[in-house]
Design a protein. Structure first.
Length: 716
């Protein structure tokens, strides 16, 4: 299946889906039945339109002459397995086998516009549009079959791509036979009825990853695997710190090396060679002198700095009166929670290969946002957008880090234009850390209170530079105020000494760490069981459901914390999904080292398209969550990034992993919700609460390194 995809993706094709007429589009994709989907006034369009989608959205399906179905989507595959789940949605609505679906993803010449793959939105928002398109395609094929078989459409059935008379299965015609030689378009109005859950045959069933064999055998193609005739490898001169300005750059040494091409174009200084190692050696010969800005902040002073630099507050929730809540409170609690900068640390560094030919540029790039990348490349080269073709092979991890900028694509395209040959730009690990748009450092302060019945009566919540994601109040609090001072994106991020941006569930991890830690502090003061305290303070049915499910599976026994058992509980809402986790930890009090022994996670995400894929996402979230919780911390001094490789940035290892148990709480009354991020959100809080239960030491800063745990224990 994927070989078919990459054969399509590697071909040079003229045209662009945003500007093609129907005839041109059909000519582009060949014979068969093409379905154009007009989203109209749908929830999908409304949600995505806020992110820059046009009012006319087209999702394309092609029913081939061989009966195979091609799905064209601007979404990309970066490990989250939408290559399988989106195919399941199309297959079920069309009544074809999953094996008959081919996916073309992230190709700006072939796929409809999409603002990018992030935010756990592929299934939530693109999925409904795809299902509607597939349902209408099925209806179109049945109508064609009715004419072919001289049988009313309502007397026909479909099974595995074959339309037949319900009363006589020998009277039949395949999708391929119907599509053969036809070039038919059908404009949809979003009115075709999609299947109810009770009729699902492919959706809701576990499906193996469609890209698994390619990836485990090494045949999967990434941007770094692209090889073009005459291609040069580029190494680019980088400043020693953000904000540094060059006083002198001497490339004379590199220019003398045989086979080396030197490019100096405004801010871009690069050396190129047919051998990447030769290009690296040439880069080392360049002599430079830079002016460095004075370092005003580092990883220890940044939190006070951010609070002082924060813009005015924006209220996101207000209920009741804080003064009244404080007056009602029997106990009031105040705390400050912080976390530092975090890197995305993807396996694949930012990489791109570019070729300029005939007034067009084609770029193969590792990105979560192919269409915004197309605009960036077009602007940088002075090309019209329709003359820029972005192709997205498999992406070796993103987590938000490959959504904010297409720097590597722009660099490769500029260099290819300058030298007249194909060029590949592959960042080193040090470049990856330097240009990574880090998860921003953030601060949360909370003033809360409980009354004499251990009910939460006061919640004064302030968050700095993380936004309000997952901070929403689902506890029953009469007097609640949530204020946001600066976001993780936009103009307010200029307060940081370098670039910041989205990091898996942006802002949610610190918000939930702070809230659920504060909840445990109040429960401990009230001498209440942490689970019982939560259940007594929320009437949210979905939250109560996941809390009860995780407690039952874990075998939770009531006990106030700290109990010495090392049990911690946390819950959250993210991307429309409800999640609750219980972590079990043991702590070496002399070293401060925390060992996470077990994590049980219950997740309610509406209709589950692929249960196996959903469970893998939960496991991946928990694994990655242990990194931000226990170890990952970027060291810096002003604009100088001191963390340059994995010898100084600990990501989770297999030896860290606890026993992980997942529970998918059934709720088929709700459309599919997000699955790629929610389970990472409570990890920090669950582990912090487990450490407290084991030791009586409360951690207020992530990552909770052994040194910080040891200091916290000593301060008791």
């Amino acid at each position: 299946m994927k070989q078919r995809q990459y054969k399509v993706m590697d071909q040079h094709r003229p045209g662009n889906t945003l500007s093609l007429g129907r005839r041109d589009f059909i000519k582009l994709v060949g014979g068969g039945i093409v379905v154009l989907f007009h989203a109209g006034d749908t929830a999908f369009l409304e949600a995505q339109g806020r992110g820059g989608y046009p009012t006319d959205f087209n999702a394309y399906l092609r029913i081939g002459e061989d009966g195979r179905v091609t799905v064209y989507t601007g979404k990309v595959e970066l490990g989250q397995d939408v290559v399988t789940s989106l195919a399941q949605m199309a297959a079920d609505e069309l009544d074809v086998s999953l094996e008959s679906i081919d996916m073309v993803m992230g190709d700006t010449d072939l796929c409809p516009y999409d603002m990018g793959t992030f935010g756990s939105m592929s299934i939530r928002f693109f999925g409904p549009a795809l299902r509607s398109a597939a349902a209408e395609a099925r209806a179109t094929l049945v109508q064609l079959a009715a004419a072919r078989l001289s049988t009313p459409a309502d007397r026909l059935s479909v099974e595995d791509g074959v339309v037949f008379a319900a009363s006589d299965k020998s009277r039949r015609v395949t999708y391929g036979q119907l599509a053969k030689g036809r070039k038919i378009t059908r404009t949809l109005e979003g009115k075709a009825a999609t299947k109810p859950v009770s009729r699902f045959a492919v959706m809701g069933k576990p499906a193996k990853r469609r890209d698994a064999r390619l990836k485990v055998t090494g045949r999967a193609q990434y941007a770094g695997d692209i090889r073009l005739p005459g291609m040069l490898y580029a190494r680019i001169l980088r400043p020693p710190a953000h904000g540094a300005t060059a006083k002198q750059i001497d490339t004379s040494g590199a220019e003398k090396i045989p086979g080396v091409t030197v490019v100096r174009e405004e801010d871009l200084v690069a050396v190129l060679h047919t051998d990447p190692e030769a290009a690296e050696k040439a880069l080392e010969t360049i002599k430079t002198e830079f002016d460095l800005p004075k370092a005003a902040v580092d990883e220890e002073t940044v939190f006070d700095y951010l609070v002082k630099a924060a813009p005015p507050a924006q209220e996101t929730e207000r209920k009741g009166d804080l003064a009244q809540g404080e007056k009602t409170a029997a106990d009031v609690f105040e705390a400050r929670y912080v976390n530092g900068y975090g890197a995305h640390a993807t396996i694949e560094t930012h990489t791109a290969a570019a070729k300029v030919e005939g007034g067009r540029v084609t770029v193969w790039t590792s990105t979560q946002t192919p269409f915004p990348n197309r605009q960036e490349v077009a602007q940088a080269l002075g090309f019209a957008p329709e003359n820029v073709h972005i192709i997205t092979p498999f992406v070796g991890g993103g987590f938000g880090g490959k959504s904010s900028s297409g720097r590597q694509a722009v660099e490769a395209a500029r260099l290819a234009k300058a030298v007249g040959k194909p060029v590949q730009v592959c960042w080193s690990r040090a470049e990856e850390f330097f240009y990574d748009t880090f998860r921003p450092a953030a601060v949360v302060t909370i003033k809360s209170g409980i009354d004499s019945a251990a009910r939460i009566c006061l919640w004064d919540y302030r968050v700095y530079f993380a936004g309000s994601r997952s901070a929403e109040q689902f506890y029953d609090v009469a007097n609640n105020l949530i204020r946001v001072y600066g976001q993780w994106r936009g103009e307010t991020t200029k307060a940081h000494p370098f670039g910041v941006g989205p990091w898996r569930a942006p802002g949610a991890n610190i918000n939930v760490f702070a809230r659920e830690s504060q909840i445990d502090i109040m429960a401990a003061k009230a001498k209440a069981d942490p689970l019982e305290f939560r259940l007594n303070n929320t009437s949210d049915k979905r939250m109560r459901s996941v809390l009860q499910a995780v407690a039952d599976r874990f075998g939770w026994k009531k006990a106030p914390a700290p109990s010495g058992r090392g049990y911690g509980i946390a819950c959250a809402i993210d991307a429309g999904t409800y999640v609750a986790q219980i972590a079990e930890a043991s702590v070496d009090k002399s070293s401060g080292s925390a060992k996470i022994k077990r994590i049980v996670c219950a997740q309610e995400m509406g209709i589950v398209i692929n249960p196996e894929g959903a469970q893998m996402q939960i496991e991946g979230c928990i694994t990655m969550g242990l990194g931000y919780t226990l170890a990952e911390d970027v060291r810096f001094k002003g604009g100088q990034i001191l963390t340059k490789n994995f010898d100084d940035y600990d990501v989770p290892r297999f030896s860290w992993l606890p026993e992980i148990e997942t529970i998918l709480v059934k709720n088929d009354e709700l459309t599919p919700q997000g699955g790629g991020e929610p389970a990472i959100v409570p990890v920090g809080a669950a582990v912090a609460n487990a450490i407290f239960d084991a030791t009586g030491a409360r951690l207020f800063r992530m990552p909770m390194t052994p040194e910080r745990v040891r200091q916290s224990i000593r301060s008791i």
